[in-house]
Design a protein around this ligand. Structure first.
Ligand code: KG4
Ligand code: ZN
Length: 390
């Protein structure tokens, strides 16, 4: 089964094309194309993702990214200009994205229908205006090529990204995992602990009550006068910090002891704000010390809560996913903790799959297609849902 996937939930415009085979547990994926176009540099000026800019960039970039993906997958076959029978429908659908519409009507009639069986598109959670661009683009392709669409939850993608294993050049398999599993999803918009008792079976057992971890990293970075995205910047500074026995600027570990799996990061963020305000001047040295203590506080909280859940549910598979899972200290702390559990396994996505990408959406789309075998419908009614939950 060949799947074209589209991801536009935040500030990455991503498209991938895969050829998938096998049952869920032994699934095999050939990566025919995998493109991620990051807008991070554009948003840096605003100190965070600016939704309307994200939407505009997605609509400007989707057609060129699709063209490149088809070319990489050797599916871009030029033909004599075809007369599209559904132009009017496309015009109505993409009327709010004039630039995308123009590019769409310029490219699509000049290429033949690619050998794609399913279009998988992220329909949430994320920035709703950004999601809509991807969803409408998927619908437009579905109409002209008559290919069914499968809506995919972005968070399901992040979980699966953690258990994808490269087995050869452009070939990917799923790791062997044991259920139940506990996944810690940490990104710019989410902080969730998810229990999986079986494939496709997700239960959120804990989540943040205020800021997401990535959001806290980004906001603290701004307080320390660091550019967006702040996570990698804080991580870099923390690594340079001189380790002292006692932290120079101690910070709290909110909710670390509470008897549930929820998180709260806004108090920690505010504590950083007060610390910075008390300082006469932010020097490279003070910034490093604060970055180190902040990163340690976050790591300790994530570690404690996750392993408490692992113990409670007797999980032997632990998956970390989402942009913040790229963080070195968090990865190291989790690996170290795993030494106490020799019969359990930790899965962390490869760096390129930890941040937003379309490959994970294609894989999730395949699983959904398998589970709906024989009744894949063209889901014309799909809607972008900013608050979609697992
Ligand atoms: O999953 P993602 O790419 O997008 C969302 O769905 O939000 O996550 C982006 C977040 C940003 O907040 C960014 O600062 C954070 O991931 N991030 C990191 C690191 N790399 C990215 N946070 C901490 N340490 C990192 N190395
Ligand atoms: Zn994400």
């Amino acid at each position: 089964m060949k799947i074209l996937s589209i991801e536009t939930s935040c500030d990455e415009t991503a498209i991938s094309i895969i050829e998938a085979s096998g049952e869920v547990s032994g699934a095999n994926f050939k990566v025919l194309a995998n493109i991620v176009l990051s807008q991070a540099k554009l948003h840096a000026e605003y100190g965070g993702v600016f939704p309307n800019l994200a939407k505009r960039e997605h609509s400007k970039n989707l057609v060129p990214v699709l063209k490149q993906a088809l070319e990489n997958a050797k599916m871009l076959n030029k033909v004599e200009d075809i007369n599209l029978s559904n132009t009017e429908e496309i015009v109505t659908l993409l009327t709010r994205e004039p630039q995308m519409l123009e590019q769409f009507l310029e490219l699509i009639p000049t290429i033949s229908k690619p050998e794609i069986d399913i279009i998988a598109v992220t329909n949430g959670p994320g920035l709703e205006p950004a999601l809509w661009v991807g969803v409408n683009f998927a619908k437009a392709l579905s109409i002209v090529w008559d290919i069914p669409i499968i809506p995919v939850n972005h968070m399901e993608g992040h979980i699966l990204a953690g258990i994808l294993k490269e087995v050869g050049n452009k070939e990917i398999k799923l790791e062997n995992i044991k259920f139940p599993t506990i996944s810690l999803l940490i990104s710019g918009g989410h902080t969730e602990l998810v229990l999986m008792k079986d494939w496709m079976n997700y239960e959120i057992i804990g989540q943040t009550r205020d800021d997401a971890v990535g959001e806290a990293f980004d906001k603290v970075a701004r307080m320390l006068e660091l550019p967006y995205p702040g996570g990698p910047e804080i991580s870099k500074l923390a690594e340079q910090a001189q380790r002292t026995k006692e932290p120079l600027y101690p910070l709290p570990r909110p909710m670390i002891k509470t008897d549930n799996f929820d998180f709260s990061f806004s108090g920690l963020k505010t504590a950083v704000l007060y610390t910075v305000k008390k300082l006469e001047q932010l020097t490279p040295r003070t910034k490093e010390a604060i970055a180190l203590e902040f990163e340690e506080a976050v790591t300790e909280i994530l570690l404690k809560k996750t392993f408490r859940a692992v113990e409670k549910y007797n999980a032997r598979t632990i998956i970390i996913g989402g942009g913040v899972s790229a963080n070195k200290r968090i990865r190291e702390a989790f690996s170290k903790e795993m030494q106490k559990m020799p019969d359990a396994k930790l899965f962390v996505p490869e760096q390129t799959l930890s941040t937003d990408n379309a490959l994970m959406i294609a894989v999730a789309g395949y699983f959904i297609a398998l589970s709906k075998q024989g009744k894949i419908l063209s889901e014309k009614n799909i809607r972008a849902q900013g608050n979609l939950t697992l």
